[in-house]
Design a protein around this ligand. Structure first.
Ligand code: COA
Length: 389
């Protein structure tokens, strides 16, 4: 009998050529390209196509894909009507899961998944991927206005993916510096090997569920604070700490009570997450671009990271991607409970790339278990229960 490894640590659950990471050296590549290079030189549009197709597109291919994304941003009016009936106090990730799943009801067409994949079906897979990646920001930003009782700003075709996302939140032309940072954030969050939400997407995809349900499964899995939900917790934690001078005593108390430090630790990385390094650099550049004027959260985050290194580095626990992302999003005026939704917008590209890969060589996921319950026994009639038998 095979060994049980809690959390499937170290257990390969799939073969993939989409992304790779080295947790000891802190290297992450998408289709072989280091994320440091992509974050500086690429755009989310190009990176998402790279993830889907496996190669950097030509100018014409990118232009065509970009045009497809821009043309698919609008969602059916009824989706907004559904949102109006959701409680405004609900979490945006719960809304997002509901809204993505509901999209599938308006855009059916998954019949071809049940046959053997053909070229035609690959078009379907590409078209569904475009529709979902294009509409995720619309759903997320629309909710921001619907939950506050306002009309949402319709998406704009003349803006890039990152610009349009920021525009739909504020209704104003986005600050070019913020748009550039948002684009880099989207690239950095677009893919990350087989993490919990990608695994959820693979499991759902392996049943030949529709892509909307595949993404809904992944969104629900990303929401948890041990995964994507950590970015919201990080900012709440930094606000609780307050000033950098409070860090040491706060940390000592948390570690003594065995509490989690949000944005710290990773199953795969035993060094600092390379995405955290890039996000931290972006934060510093933003700060310098404004002559050093920035909220105290960044200072507190730097102090906390330093203090954590002293205490947690021996366990291989360092800052992960969620440690600095929320601070950047907050600077852009995005409410903390929407941080994980922005993560989901970006990660939809990775989820769909894995969905496509899974369909290309599909076998339903059906692992086994080690049963630890009672051995076979006879049903006890109600009148006999509670008596010694
Ligand atoms: N704060 C404090 N201690 C932490 C920690 C954190 N954020 N992350 C890990 N550790 C400690 C654990 O307590 C454990 O210590 P022990 O060996 O003394 O019991 C050790 O490091 C190993 O952690 P473990 O829980 O086994 O790691 P995991 O691989 O199962 O979990 C995470 C990985 C990401 C779920 C975990 O690090 C975590 O909960 N981080 C905080 C949430 C977060 O930021 N998630 C986003 C990930 S991108």
């Amino acid at each position: 009998m095979s060994e049980y490894l809690p959390g499937l640590e170290g257990v390969p659950a799939t073969r993939s050529n989409i992304s790779d990471l080295d947790g000891n050296t802190g290297i992450l590549t998408y289709r072989g390209y280091p994320i440091e290079e992509l974050a500086v030189n690429s755009t989310f549009e190009e990176t998402s196509l790279l993830l889907l197709d496996g190669r950097l597109p030509t100018r014409d291919e990118l232009a065509e894909y970009d045009n497809q994304l821009r043309s698919n941003r609008v969602v059916k009016y009824n989706v907004r009507e559904i949102m109006k009936y959701l409680p405004a106090t609900g979490h945006p990730m719960e809304m997002l899961q509901t809204a993505v799943a509901s999209l599938g009801m308006f855009y059916p067409g998954d019949e071809c998944l049940t046959g053997n994949m053909s070229c035609e079906d690959l078009n379907y897979v590409h078209n569904m991927s475009v529709k979902i990646i294009a509409r995720m920001p619309t759903l997320v930003a629309m909710w921001e206005h619907v939950r506050n009782g306002y009309d949402p700003y319709p998406p704009r075709k003349d803006l890039t993916y990152a610009e349009n996302l920021l525009y739909m939140f504020s209704g104003e032309d986005p600050d070019p510096a913020f748009a550039k940072i948002m684009d880099a954030c989207l690239i950095l969050h677009a893919e990350h090997t087989i993490n919990a939400s990608t695994f959820a997407a693979l499991v759902a995809g392996s049943t030949l569920a529709s892509p909307y349900l595949v993404i809904a499964a992944a969104v629900g899995t990303l929401a948890g604070p041990l995964h994507g939900g950590a970015n919201q917790r990080v900012v709440e934690m930094l606000e609780e700490i307050g000033r950098p001078e409070n860090v040491k005593s706060w940390l000592a108390e948390k570690l003594a009570s065995k509490s989690k430090i949000w944005g710290m630790g990773h199953r795969e990385y035993k060094v600092k997450d390379p995405r955290a390094t890039i996000l931290q650099k972006l934060m510093r550049e933003l700060m310098e671009g404004r002559g050093g004027r920035i909220g105290p959260l960044f200072e507190t985050a730097l102090a906390l990271e330093e203090a954590c290194e002293e205490k947690l580095a021996p366990k291989g626990v360092y800052a992960n991607v969620d440690f600095y992302s929320g601070i950047l999003y907050r600077e852009m005026g995005i409410p903390p409970d929407q941080f994980t939704s922005i993560f989901a917008v970006a990660r939809s590209a990775g989820w769909l790339a894995h969905w496509r890969e899974q369909l290309g060589d599909n076998r339903i996921f059906r692992p086994t278990q080690m049963y630890t319950g009672e051995s076979k026994r006879s049903y006890v009639p109600m009148e006999m229960r509670g008596q010694s038998i």
